[in-house]
Design a protein around this ligand. Structure first.
Ligand code: GAL
Length: 342
């Protein structure tokens, strides 16, 4: 854990030099005593945070971290649940605008709605950080007090493919010369889902492997859907399935339940990979019940989002084409999993 904290802080500090303009201090988690806030609670003004839905495992960790950092710094923070409903989220943004918040941090329900979101915050002149769901550079270019903080989703896909290539038989368990997989996808409207789906397989084909897609189904980032899809596919394709790619860990946790119920054993007769490094997934990687996962670094992203928000509040503006700030993903295997466990 210590190693990981040092690594995460190092990453945040090094990124802060290049990315978010004149930020006087590196982002720190609320637990760091050297960064104890001296402002009274709420003294620095009100920040509105819109989350696409609270009922999402990864975004729960993310929003709690974000809220903690902001409160520690002396902001009044209001976090609202969009319930996966863009109309509702638009109303929430309008309410924050009417209330005159200092800044907004928005995790859009649908990136296709980004134009409308951006035009609302631009008209109101509110500095805004978008998180987790990346709009296009074109969409963002119309407002210079707007920045996106997230990750390069292609990288997480590539890492998933590499996790499979690093196994003993490089994913070809039955030795028939091809890697047969099922893909359990997140919400396909989402760029993370699209790019993870594409790049996980691309890593295999780039390494010269033949691949066979037995099935691709949308599981919308949801554990229950992951379980159902894997259960149906295991019943239909049985031992043909060598690899289960899940666009996130929550769906992988569901898939693992189905894998175990079908009497299959991960890392012996089937491989399973996810993304996020949720605590539950880290435990399964450590126990050998997941082949690996990819850290979607909520702490660094939340720290970076706050740093960028403060930069905007201090007058930083962004030029078109320079409005996406990325935090690196990290591959998690049984060898390094202990570094990430709390
Ligand atoms: C992804 C994450 C998923 C889900 C999604 C929501 O980055 O891996 O678990 O939280 O964001 O947009």
């Amino acid at each position: 854990m210590k190693k990981y904290v040092a690594l995460a802080l190092g990453l945040v500090m090094s990124l802060s030099l290049v990315a978010c303009g004149p930020s006087p201090e590196p982002s720190q988690g609320p637990a760091d005593p050297s960064q104890q806030n001296t402002d009274a609670p709420g003294e620095k003004g009100k920040i509105g945070i819109c989350i696409y839905k609270f009922d999402d495992a990864f975004m729960t960790t993310y929003r709690n971290t974000l809220e903690g950092i902001l409160k520690e710094k002396g902001y009044e923070v209001v976090v609202v649940d969009g319930n996966n409903d863009q109309v509702k989220q638009n109303e929430q943004i309008n309410t924050f605008v009417t209330q005159g918040v200092e800044a907004l941090i928005i995790n859009p329900v649908m990136t296709s709605a980004a134009d409308q979101i951006i035009s609302t915050v631009k008209d109101a002149g509110i500095p805004t950080v978008l998180i987790n769901r990346e709009p296009t550079a074109d969409q963002m270019s119309v407002y210079d007090k707007l920045v996106y903080v997230g990750c390069d989703a292609a990288q997480s896909g590539t890492f998933q493919g590499e996790l499979i290539l690093e196994t003993e038989n490089q994913g070809d368990i039955n030795g028939d010369g091809k890697i047969s997989y099922i893909m359990i996808q997140g919400d396909p409207e989402n760029i993370d889902a699209k790019l993870r789906t594409e790049y996980s397989v691309k890593a295999l084909t780039d390494a010269g492997k033949e691949v066979e897609e037995l099935d691709l189904q949308r599981g919308d980032w949801d554990r229950n859907k992951g379980q159902e899809i894997a259960q149906n596919d295991l019943a239909k394709f049985g031992n043909q399935i060598e690899v289960v790619f899940c666009n996130n860990d929550d769906m992988a946790m569901g898939a693992l339940q189905a894998i175990q119920a079908a009497g299959r054993t991960v890392n012996k007769d089937i491989y399973l990979v996810g993304v996020d490094a949720l605590d539950a997934a880290l435990n399964e990687v450590a126990n050998g019940n997941m082949t690996g996962t990819v850290l979607n670094d909520a702490k660094s992203q939340a720290g970076k989002a706050v740093e960028c928000m403060e930069g905007l509040l201090n007058g930083t503006t962004y030029a078109p084409g320079e409005q996406s700030i990325y935090v690196d993903y990290v591959k998690v295997t049984p060898e390094n999993v202990a570094d990430f466990q709390g």
